[in-house]
Structures are given as C-alpha cells and as structure tokens.
Write a protein that binds this ligand. Structure first.
Ligand code: DGY
Length: 330
C-alpha cells in the first residue's frame, strides 16, 4: 500500500466525531465500529489481520500477543490519542508496524481540566454542588464551605512536558507558586518564563508543596511513582490532582490516606484500573472524580482526528508519519 495508488484499508475501533469519520470515508477504505462497543481481543485481532492501518483508542490493549497475530498487511497503528501506554510499541516495531499518536492538540484542554480540579477540590465545589442539588442549603454563613485560597499555594507539577507547562502557565496566572520535578531540568529561559522552580528530588518536592499535579506519562518507570511511601511524604493539608494516567499513583494507598484524613483531598480524572475507580473513593466530600474527560472538547477531538488522518496519509504516501512514536521516548 505504501507509495501505491490504492486507498489504504483503515479500521477504527470506536466512533469518532462525524466530520472526522466523513473525511476518513473520503480518503480511505474505512471500516467503522458502528455501534461503538468496546471490542474484544478476537475482534481487534481480526481487524489487525484484515487492514493496513488500525486506529485504536486508549481503551484497546494492543499487547505483544495481539501484535504477534497481526496480518502482514498491517503496517501502521495510528492511535487516536496522545498516550500510548496501551500499545506495546517495541513489539510493534519488531513486527515492522509503525505507531503514531496525536500529541499537542489535547494540551490546553487537559490543562484547563487540571485547573478546574485544583479549584474544585481546594474550594470545595463538590460539597457546594451537592448541597444545592439536595435542596438542603440553609443560607449563607460566615463559616460554611470554607476552602483554601488558591493564590499563594505551592503547586508541585510532576512531569513538565507540554501539559505540565500549560498547567504551570495557568496556575501562575492564579497566583500559585510553581515547582516541578521532571527527569530532565528545563532550560533556564523556559523556567524563567514559567516562573518554575526545579526539584531534583521528587521526595523533597512532595514534602514541601500544597497541591501535586500528575502530568507525567505512564511508562514502566512512572508506574506507582506516587507510591504509598511517597504519598506519606505529603503534608496532611495537601491535595493530589491527576489528569494523566491512574497507574502513576498507588490508588489503594491514596484511597486509604484520603479516608483517614492523611491527605486533604484529591481531584482525579483517571484511575489505576481504567474505568474501574476504587469504589471507596466515592462519596468522599474531599474527592472530585471525573470520567477521564480532561481532553473531551469537540474542538480537541476533531483535531485529534485530523492528526490521525495526516499520520495515515503521510504513511500511505511513503513517508514517515509526523507523529511517529519511537519506542522508549515517551
Ligand atoms: C490521551 O489521548 O491519551 C488522553 O488521555 C485522552 O484524554
């Protein structure tokens, strides 16, 4: 197919926004998952045997076993999403299958949601919302629903990539003090632009900040980076926000500490076991739970689709997809 004239056969595992599907229909021989059901392994495998390109999403686990069964014609996995921790990129490479993703276009939306969670937890929005929904509000009082002031709080950003930086810009505008831990330090001019202080030691940053925002990708190296031991370093008044991947935090340890009042609050958009959030996190007044909607804007989803299309077209024209994922770089 690469470099040839025929239209690539492309299988998409979930429904995408209508304009994206329409454009794909024009360009590719397209196979859609009409009823938008999560596909089982055998269904995914069939798609990987019959098509040139697979467009999966983060809910499709493409592991080495599935890749071993892929057909010879499968040459590109054009992921609809930025995170690629659900794909064994090294195993794909061994099978000569390229993997691309959609970085950049979800940055601002995810950073907005991170700020929304910081404010929601720190200013107790969930409790205010709940009392209004219940009809039990008894009127203003000087001591009701007191949260903490955002301005002046120390924000510790774990992972200063695109999204971490976008969070830093917003948080600075809210008057927060910006701290970060990253595997490599930013250039001095970027630190200055972001008003950000680097911590070589994650442990030390955790012990000194008021709000921790997880913005690091999930890789074997970041699994449970916020382990039970590290969570115990946090101040009891600290708040934990995660809009990246649940696996970065030991969710059971976090749940225990939130319930015991050893951590003041959490705002979570992602969970260690996909859509199965620990049920003991529910109904806690100091916890705001969202259904992985950090990047869920119509604009963002269309831009993700445009990126997927560009990656496929570039590949089909015999060139390197612009968002090719190189194993070990995320
Ligand atoms: C991604 O694209 O990986 C995001 O997590 C979706 O919100």
């Amino acid at each position: 197919m690469a470099g040839g004239k025929s239209r690539p056969r492309v299988a998409v595992t979930r429904r995408l926004p209508a304009p994206v599907e329409a454009r794909m229909r024009d360009l590719f021989e397209l196979r859609l998952n009409e009823d938008d059901r999560r596909l089982g392994r055998s269904e995914l495998l069939a798609l990987m045997q019959e098509n040139d390109v697979l467009v999966p999403t983060l809910s499709d686990r493409i592991d080495a076993d599935l890749l071993a069964g892929a057909g010879d014609r499968l040459k590109l996995i054009a992921n609809y999403g930025a995170g690629i921790d659900h794909i064994d990129v090294a195993a794909a490479r061994q099978r000569d299958i390229q993997v691309s993703n959609t970085p950049g276009v979800l940055t601002e939306d995810t950073a907005d949601m991170t700020m929304a969670l910081i404010i929601a937890v720190t200013r107790r929005l969930h409790e205010g919302f709940t009392v209004m929904q219940s009809g039990e509000w008894e009127g203003w009082s000087p001591t009701a629903f007191l949260g903490g002031r955002i301005g002046g709080r120390k924000l510790g950003i774990l992972g200063m990539g695109r999204i971490g930086r976008a969070v830093a810009r917003r948080a600075h505008a809210f008057g927060m003090e910006i701290h970060y831990h990253n595997r490599s330090r930013l250039r001095p001019e970027t630190e200055a632009e972001l008003h950000a202080t680097w911590w070589d030691s994650l442990d030390q940053m955790l012990a000194r900040t008021d709000v921790i925002s997880v913005n690091v990708a999930h890789t074997p190296a970041t699994f449970h980076l916020l382990s039970a031991r590290r969570l115990r370093l946090l101040k009891p008044s600290a708040v934990v926000i995660n809009t990246s991947r649940g696996e970065v935090i030991d969710e059971n340890a976090l749940t225990r500490m939130l319930r015991a009042g050893e951590i003041a609050g959490a705002g979570l958009d992602v969970y260690e076991h996909g859509h199965e959030a620990n049920p003991r996190l529910r109904n806690l007044p100091n916890v705001v739970l969202l259904p992985h909607m950090g990047s869920a804007t119509e604009e963002g989803r269309i831009e993700m689709g445009e990126k997927v299309i560009l990656n496929i077209q570039t590949y089909a024209n015999g060139h390197r997809p612009p968002d090719l994922v190189v194993p070990g770089t995320l």
